[in-house]
Design a protein around this ligand. Structure first.
Ligand code: NDP
Length: 321
């Protein structure tokens, strides 16, 4: 099968298109013929060596396709079922094995593009809006990178919950996309201070919560946007990792900081199914719009990473296998 392999960590050039044997499903696993693979920042962090991984490996951890073979002991799935999963590596390839425990059936009427397009980012937006902080109707919240994959979905979910949503974006074109997703106000953080604008928008009070996936370049100012006892949800590092922090800084308003990760919010099969049922259900009914920002062939994967990290994309980035 055709697959992308990483033999040493580094820039996009370390991703090589190779021929590999089709993997065999171990007990509890399912072999899936992949149609669409998600391209996510976590793939970049692993490729660069920022997150550890044993070499060599096939990157990618989110995909949709059809079941090709069942490993021993798997029940509830059959060859030919349309499925999607997030959380097990190897999806930049024509086939991959996933644990049945992570596998979700794709509802009839939902395409593989939609399924791979909403899974990782949709589950993330779901736990951010409902659990990392439970957004209350009438609250004003700030979502950085509002035109990004997570940003567009989180904005829609926050609006669903009745929030007033402020977002940031780097260009007018991205601002339009964020507004179309429901943002009440987009701050062009590359040309204006989002701290000042948040103060203006909240009559100086500050915000109960800031969702920050940008990291290094926004973190300090995000803290300044919070009202006393406000929460900073730092959930990504698109601009780089945030340096070590002295807890005394949280005394500027008895602030809270959390650094959540998706796997801790889909810890049980029932939690995964509950979140996925909401996300798939909203997408299927049209209540949640998944914007596919860019698609690439497997052989174009280097460009996909360059565009994602170069702020060229808005919405979901997918590999069409
Ligand atoms: P996005 O589509 O949001 O892409 C990243 C965006 O970040 C860019 O488009 C850009 O928007 C903004 N950005 C600001 N500064 C930079 C910079 N220096 N370099 C690159 N981008 C920058 O990506 P995703 O929606 O896929 O992911 C968003 C973040 O969420 C990532 O950091 C990812 O790691 C994290 N994440 C975390 C999860 C968790 O559970 N903790 C799960 C899923 C994702 P603009 O041009 O408007 O500034």
């Amino acid at each position: 099968m055709k697959a992308i392999q990483i033999r040493k960590t580094g820039g996009p050039e370390v991703m090589e298109l190779v021929d590999l044997p089709v993997p065999r499903p171990a007990a509890g696993q399912v072999l899936v013929k992949i149609e669409v693979s998600g391209v996510n920042f976590i793939d970049v962090y692993l490729r660069e060596g920022r997150y550890p991984a044993e070499l060599p490996f096939v990157p990618g951890q989110e995909a949709a396709g059809t079941v090709a073979e069942l490993g021993a002991g798997v029940s509830g799935f059959a060859v030919g079922d349309r499925v999607a999963w997030n959380g097990t590596r190897g999806t930049y390839a024509e086939f991959a094995c996933a644990p049945a425990a992570q596998l979700l059936k794709v509802p009839a009427g939902m395409s593989s593009v939609e399924a791979a397009g909403c899974l990782l980012q949709g589950l993330t937006a779901h736990y951010l809006a409902h659990d990392a902080h439970a957004i209350q109707a009438g609250e004003t919240v700030l979502i950085h990178a509002g035109a990004g994959g997570v940003g567009l979905l989180l904005t829609q979910m926050a609006k669903r919950l009745g929030a007033r949503v402020l977002t940031t974006a780097s260009s007018q074109q991205k601002a339009e996309l964020s507004l179309a997703a429901g943002a009440d106000k987009v701050i062009l953080y590359t040309v204006e201070s989002f701290v000042e604008e948040v103060k203006r928008q909240t009559d100086g009070d500050g915000l109960p919560v800031v969702y920050d996936s940008v990291g290094r370049t926004t973190f300090d100012d995000s803290l300044k946007c919070l009202r006393p006892r406000g929460l900073l949800v730092l959930f990504g590092a698109s601009s780089g990792a945030v340096p070590a922090l002295d807890p005394i800084r949280l005394m500027a308003g008895s602030l809270y900081l959390t650094r959540p990760t998706l796997k801790d919010y889909v810890r049980t099969r029932s939690e995964l199914e509950r979140r996925a049922a909401d996300v798939f259900g909203w997408v299927a009914s049209g209540a949640l719009n998944v914007r596919v920002g860019a698609t690439y062939r497997l052989a174009e994967v280097r460009q996909a990473h360059i565009d994602l990290t170069g702020r060229k994309t808005s919405g979901k980035v997918l590999l069409m296998i």
